[in-house]
Design a protein around this ligand. Structure first.
Ligand SMILES: *Cc1c(COP(=O)(O)O)cnc(C)c1O
Length: 391
């Protein structure tokens, strides 16, 4: 009996992609084997994160990095690092950020539900800009001078949520921040592929960059990366590790934690609630190596092959191929909303990508589909979806 059957849980057909609610992606056996091996031996967690830092630094070009329990956890730890820096008293005080620079500036159009993690560290978000290009009332978003005008002695950092549409450009925000000795914390959770972004984003000079490990990297569902400046990564990991230790005998791994920079040993920090296990760290590092080693074209070709097999099984459905870093199939349906619900409520449940549902379009994401899912997916789509006659 499968582990899921024993729990009375039915696996789904995932045509949505590696979203958290549909359990992330399908791990390579190379990754799960490494995780099982890691789970069978105990290690010193600081030493393991120091090794992770070396791997992440090699692959991203950043000075240092740690494995987190997700990109959101990376934002929590990154914000906590920007607030507390290397002061154990400030670390102990968070999320009460009174008496220290505690404002994090963010462009209003970049606000989103994930910035909860930044606020959870104790930061107060200061919004700038009027994104009237989204309101249809104008053409502008936030501009650099608006960020500059919001910088005060209370500013701790600038949060930048990266998408292809983010304004002002990241490099300009970084240059402005550095003129004021402020760090930039980048939420790049879903900005992979292209794999080149692993290096390109730290190369902008951004001080901290958070990636999700459970999305395109295809690591453990609850994993992520925070990479960047050495002192900030040191602060982040100090607020995450179990440091219930004796100062005199504490011998942390140099390269990740420079003991001589500290006046004493921090206590359990705000990041303790974002704890990451040894098997997750090893799983993420293994997946990261695989992801970085595969060319984007080869990954896309794998995804296209799955979509092509589905097309051959659904000759009566007029799918269109939507190219992109992750290619998708799109289908305009007369009953898009009802079809999505019926497929989702069936047995097994089939989850489609709902991102264009408002336009009556169903989307198929190939990243979490197995070849053996395709016959059932095709027959359910053909039975349930009423193709639209509209163009
Ligand atoms: C998915 C996502 C996150 C959260 O990533 P996790 O690894 O699931 O914690 C944060 N920010 C953005 C923009 C995302 O798309």
């Amino acid at each position: 009996m499968s582990v899921y059957a024993a729990l009375g849980v039915t696996p789904i057909i995932n045509a949505k992609g590696s979203s958290t609610r549909v359990s992330g992606g399908l791990l390579s056996p190379v990754v799960t084997t490494a995780m099982a091996e890691a789970a069978g031996l105990c290690v010193d967690m600081a030493e393991l994160q120091a090794a992770a830092s070396r791997v992440i630094a090699r692959i991203t070009g950043a000075e240092a990095g740690v494995v987190t329990s997700g990109a959101a956890a990376g934002l929590l730890l990154g914000a906590a690092a920007c607030l507390a820096r290397l002061h154990p008293a400030r670390m102990a005080q968070l999320p009460d950020a009174a008496g220290m620079p505690n404002e994090i500036i963010v462009v209003r159009s970049q606000r989103n539900a994930y910035d909860h993690a930044v606020r959870a560290a104790g930061a107060r978000l200061v919004e700038v800009g009027l994104p009237d290009r989204y309101a249809g009332a104008g053409i502008r978003d936030a501009e650099l001078w608006e960020i500059a005008a919001a910088i005060t002695p209370a500013t701790a950092a600038i949060l930048y949520v990266l998408t292809p549409h983010s304004q002002p450009p990241l490099a300009e925000v970084v240059a402005l921040a550095h003129r004021h000795q402020l760090p930039v914390l980048v939420d790049a959770a879903a900005q992979l592929p292209p794999a080149a972004n692993l290096r390109a984003l730290p190369a902008t000079g951004a001080d901290l960059v958070a990636f999700s490990g459970g999305k395109a990297i295809n690591g453990p569902q609850g994993s992520g990366i925070l990479c960047g400046r050495r002192d900030l990564i040191m602060s982040a990991i100090l607020q995450n590790l179990d440091l219930d230790l004796d100062w005199n005998s504490w011998n942390p791994p140099a390269g990740l934690i420079e003991k001589q920079l500290l006046p004493g040993l921090p206590t359990h920090g705000i990041g303790r609630s974002a704890k990451v296990g040894k098997e997750t760290i090893v799983g993420l590092l293994t997946a990261l190596e695989l992801f970085a080693a595969e060319a984007d074209e080869d990954r896309t070709a794998r995804h296209l092959q799955i979509l092509d097999q589905l097309l051959q099984l659904t000759p009566d459905l007029a799918f269109t191929l939507r190219p992109g870093p992750v290619p998708l199939l799109a289908l305009r349906a007369a009953n898009a909303r009802a079809a999505l619900a019926e497929l989702q409520n069936g047995n097994p449940a089939i989850h489609l990508d709902p991102s264009a549902l408002a336009d009556g379009i169903l989307r198929i994401n190939p990243t979490c589909l197995r070849p053996e899912d395709l016959p059932l997916l095709a027959s359910r789509l053909r039975a349930v979806v009423i193709p639209s006659s509209e163009l």
